[in-house]
Design a protein around this ligand. Sequence first.
Ligand SMILES: [Zn+2]
Length: 364
Amino acid sequence: MWKVCIRRIESLCSRFLWSGATDRRANAKIVWKTCCLPKAEGGIGLRNFKIWNLTLLLRLGWLLFSGSSSLWVAWHCSHNCPSSYAFWSQVESPSQSWSWRSILRLREILSRFLFSEIHSGQNTSFWFDNWSPLGPLIGVFGREGTRNLRIHIDAPVSASWNAGGWSLPHPRSEQEVNLHLYLTGIPLLSIDRGPDQFFWLTNGIKNRVFSSSKTWDALRPRAAIQDVAKHLWFSGAMPKHAFHFWVTNLNRLPTHSRLASWGLQVQTECCVCNSEIENRDHLMLTCHYATVLWSQVRPPEKLRMMVVQAMVYNIWQQRNNNLHNQTLQPPLVVFKHINRHIINSIYALIHRKKFSSLMQLWLI
Ligand SMILES: [Zn+2]
């Protein structure tokens, strides 16, 4: 897929996430890169389209080596890469199709995943394929390696073998010793063993089939596991409350103090109590309105995060109501609303064993 298409799709998805529509301008509170991290690593588990596109392109690269009988593979093997060497060594040119050039540009990444188990040694490139623990040998020995090991640049692995065994010259460097050690430990080459087999290597495990999910997982951006994730995304959490709590936890709510820090001409006082600087911690914890509301609840352990998320969501909603509509419901009215929400949530979950005793706990 064109890079410009990927950027456009990501832009539309971001708009939809933050405004609820694709044709409305939206201020993203959290960068798309973070949104695309798994929930356990601080994101919301969306797919990074660039990496997903890369994963699917790698599948096309895999098909060329996997022995697939598809017409697409047959055509490319006939026209673009009659041998493994031809694939790895060919130079990109404007006369090639855009899709073929896209695959060629992935060769460096492809070589990390593609591993050849040599049987006859005839369809594996000695220098370019990944068939030993050293990786592609051209990267280890360089072009001068062809002279030192006396193996031609376009030769298959079988060129280093004769009826008596491996025919490489006496090793003169540490890498050459390592190569010799590896070769002495693998089964002998023989046409009777059939053609070489290519594997898709992920996390050190050889797979006979391409796995999109494993490849995606190997390529995706990573971040440290965050303990807070289990308080954000748990069984029974209300999605809109959990999402809002995720934004709040990252301190990305557009509070007055944050707006002022961006240079906007706004008053910095809290728009609920009008007496202190409005920031996240004040609004949610120390504002008089919030303290009255928090004093109403004593949630049991199993319901604590569900109640906390509902409280934070409702406090922010009341703050916005007061700011835009000059309407602030009394804390006790808001608490009744939260109480109703918790009871409804428990009813929805009551058929699950671990939630069956919650109603009793909540109503005490
Ligand atoms: Zn306040």
